[in-house]
Write a protein that binds this ligand. Structure first.
Ligand code: ATP
Length: 324
């Protein structure tokens, strides 16, 4: 549990500008004592100023007790360095936690967040391009211990591709060792088979630990279980910083039309409150989402017709009724 007084609010690009204000209003209602301050980073800022994130912006993010983040568009411009990868690395946010909950299943995907194929160690030449898949013992042990701790009495599943990559033999064996030291019940699956089996038998999985890109893919796959990308939140956790964001990206195809589903952003705010130790506040957000759904109030991606803002108003109304 962390002491949270100040929260940096980063809307970012695309639908981040629509879903984050909904989540911010809920935080304002539940915690009027929080100091919420906006920080502008992202592709739109880069287009305007030539810089996606200034040193001052990064210092502001670093100063916050928690960060609520929307989404950032990463263009395929040669010199553009991903802001999100920089923040994860520089704030040492080593664990990406993605809960996927539904009828009869409760899965938490724990993704190693700063190495693997997203290590950023790359070279592009005329005739070949390489990306180094770096896995260090330190990070593998750290993520394995984190996942074991989260699993407790539940089963831990390791997702890997050890039949093809030696780096995943390394990862799998470290995870198996840490699970045995922690006394956590553990099994392992090849990541491609795991992607399918999670969809077929979601109740068989509890906590899944995997490497960076596999975790990115697995969580998008698992979004199918709960109605799509608009539903899944994530927490990026480090030893000194915490950062909460929807799993989805900036979705330029639907941006600016008030149709984006703000549930992932609301659930990210709920994870932030859980991190801050406000379990009742976190539960109240989930409860309000379920009540609003039960009234048939849903955004377009879930077969409904209300807009992002109207969905947010319904949540605020519900939380108001509940005496928040
Ligand atoms: P990134 O590369 O950052 O992941 P992307 O545009 O490839 O970005 P997403 O933004 O994650 O991928 O979204 C993929 C598609 O899923 C979007 O184009 C959009 O149609 C849909 N989608 C994502 N988030 C939402 C949301 N909150 N509400 C409704 N639809 C969404």
């Amino acid at each position: 549990m962390a002491n949270v007084r100040s929260v940096a609010i980063v809307c970012g690009d695309g639908i981040g500008k629509e879903v984050i204000p909904v989540a911010r209003d809920v935080l304002c209602l539940l915690h009027p004592e929080y100091e919420l301050f906006p920080v502008e980073v992202g592709y739109e800022r880069w287009e305007r100023t030539g810089e996606a994130m200034g040193d001052d912006d990064f210092a502001l993010l670093k100063s916050a007790d928690a960060i609520l983040f929307g989404a950032i568009t990463t263009p395929s411009v040669p010199d553009y360095r991903s802001v999100l990868l920089r923040i994860r690395k520089d704030l040492d946010l080593f664990a990406n936690v993605r809960p996927v909950k539904g009828d009869g299943f409760d899965i938490t995907i724990v993704r190693e967040n700063i190495e693997g194929l997203y290590s950023g160690i790359e070279e592009v030449g005329v005739d070949r391009a390489t990306t180094l898949r770096l896995l260090t013992r330190h990070e593998c042990e750290r993520i394995a211990r984190f996942a074991c701790n989260l699993a407790g009495n539940r089963t831990l599943t390791i997702g890997h591709k050890a039949n093809v990559m030696k780096s995943d033999v390394f990862f799998r064996d470290i995870c198996l060792h840490e699970a045995s030291v922690a006394g956590v019940n553990c099994n392992d699956r090849l990541i491609d088979a795991l992607c399918l089996d999670v969809l077929l038998h979601p109740a068989s999985y509890h906590v899944i630990v995997t490497t960076n890109m596999f975790g990115d893919i697995l969580s998008d796959v698992a979004a199918y279980l709960v109605g799509g990308l608009g539903m899944l939140p994530s927490a990026n956790i480090g030893e000194h910083h915490a950062f909460f964001e929807p799993v989805h990206g900036s979705a330029p195809d639907i941006a600016g039309r008030n149709v984006a589903n703000p549930v992932a952003a609301l659930r990210s705010a709920a994870l932030l409150l859980r991190h801050a130790g406000d379990i009742p506040g976190s539960d109240a957000i989930e409860c309000a989402i379920q009540t609003v759904f039960s009234r048939g109030i849903k955004t377009r991606d879930l077969g409904g017709s209300v807009g992002t803002k109207e969905f947010g108003d319904a949540i605020l109304y519900e939380l108001g009724l509940a005496g928040a």
